[in-house]
Design a protein around this ligand. Structure first.
Ligand code: NAD
Length: 355
């Protein structure tokens, strides 16, 4: 068979997309039976948090503008206390993966339903994966309760997303799709979403970076981010995500930037052992011969960071990361050896072309 045997379990996602979509937020809350939501956002998006509060009127119990990347446990505790104090029965997370991640922490405990209004392309809103960080260690888990009950993608809310974050969180989304294509639990449905998601992002990101107020391009990027996020939610990730998790958790490197630097190198390693994924990515990236090189070129065209060195990593840390990645078993289409991984990381550190 062209597909192989598979299991595909659809996640119960409700998605509304389009310019002005956020105007339907109050209706979405009513639909979910939420009467007093706490609005969550990062400090820099506090104005968006208050705009959401105005939009939903007396359904808003407060604005909590304290989301932080990787959801520190103390941040989750403070949000839980705020939610309890105002008697919140749900939350609205507006912003990137940091705000959505905080919403997921409230969905775990005390169990508040989340409505997400994503404004980056990270895709967390499409996954049942939560994360909490304490003492420099990030714990993650899967729990269907953290999946938002409704997601509103409104490109008008993304026009201020800086070119840099647009580019790197967009390539972060491409990484979800790429690894979903060779995941041990991939399926024909996931493969369709992944290929289309990469196609949409490849088309939209250069236009988004050239003109952040181009609403068609913004909508195209959100469409791609949705599909790629859904692929992440449906499958098990491999070397690329394990490596970025280790780099982010151990060395505190910036999340989307790290994904952007590492992805071409992991694809160069993995795709020779994953011909179907390679073919899908080739098509999605415009009929190219070498998807790893094409992703590397995309990063260059978008002005994204090229090296782990530029992100603040020290060369001496390569060994520590190799050890961390090899210590935890995970699925990968191609064997990962200490030598192979060391070479890959050295190239990514120096900003060399993927080989
Ligand atoms: P982020 O949420 O920190 O946002 C990145 C930057 O964009 C921030 O500076 C933020 O202030 C800014 N920003 C967001 N919306 C904006 C807007 N509308 N206008 C202007 N600026 C805006 O980062 P991210 O890349 O979106 O997400 C990364 C986090 O999400 C990490 O903690 C990562 O682990 C997590 N994540 C989790 C999953 C999952 O499935 N659980 C998936 C992807 C990412």
């Amino acid at each position: 068979s062209p597909t192989g045997p598979f299991t595909y379990q659809a996640l119960p996602m409700r998605v509304t997309m389009g310019a002005g979509a956020v105007a339907g937020l109050a209706d979405e809350l009513d639909r979910a039976g939420l009467r007093r939501v706490l609005v969550l956002c990062s400090p820099r998006q506090e104005h968006l948090g208050h705009a959401i509060a105005r939009l939903v009127g007396d359904r808003c119990a407060g604005v909590h503008p304290h989301a932080r990347t990787h959801v520190p446990v103390a941040t989750a505790k403070a949000a839980r206390a705020h939610a309890r104090d105002v008697g919140a029965d749900g939350c609205v997370a507006i912003g990137g993966g940091s705000a959505v991640g905080l919403g997921k922490a409230l969905a775990l405990e005390p169990g508040l339903p989340v409505v997400a209004v994503p404004t980056t392309y990270a895709g967390s809103e499409m996954t049942p994966v939560w994360g909490l960080t304490e003492n420099g260690r990030k714990r993650t888990g899967r729990d269907p309760r953290v999946l938002p009950v409704s997601v509103l993608y409104d490109p008008e809310l993304t026009v201020d997303l800086p070119a840099h974050v647009s580019a790197t969180s967009g390539i972060n989304a491409v990484a979800h799709a790429a690894e979903a294509l060779y995941a041990p639990d991939t399926s024909p449905v996931v493969a369709l979403m992944a290929e289309e998601g990469v196609r949409a992002l490849h088309r939209a990101l250069p236009a988004v970076v050239a003109d952040g107020s181009d609403l068609d391009a913004r909508a195209g990027a959100q469409y791609g981010a949705w599909l790629c996020g859904a692929c992440l939610g449906a499958t098990t990730m491999s070397l690329h995500h394990k490596l970025c998790h280790a780099l982010g958790g151990t060395l505190d490197l910036p999340h989307a930037d790290t994904h952007t630097v590492v992805l071409p190198h992991v694809l160069a390693h993995n795709l020779p052992a994953a011909p179907r994924a390679r073919a899908a990515l080739s098509r999605a990236l415009g009929g190219v011969d070498d998807p790893a090189a094409a992703v590397w070129e995309l990063g260059r065209a978008l002005g994204a960071p090229r090296s782990l060195r530029a992100l603040g990593m020290k060369k001496e840390s390569v060994g520590e990361i190799v050890g961390a990645v090899l210590a935890a078993p995970y699925a990968n289409p191609r064997e990962v050896t200490a030598d192979g991984l060391t070479g890959l990381l050295r190239r990514a550190w120096a900003g060399e072309e993927p080989v």
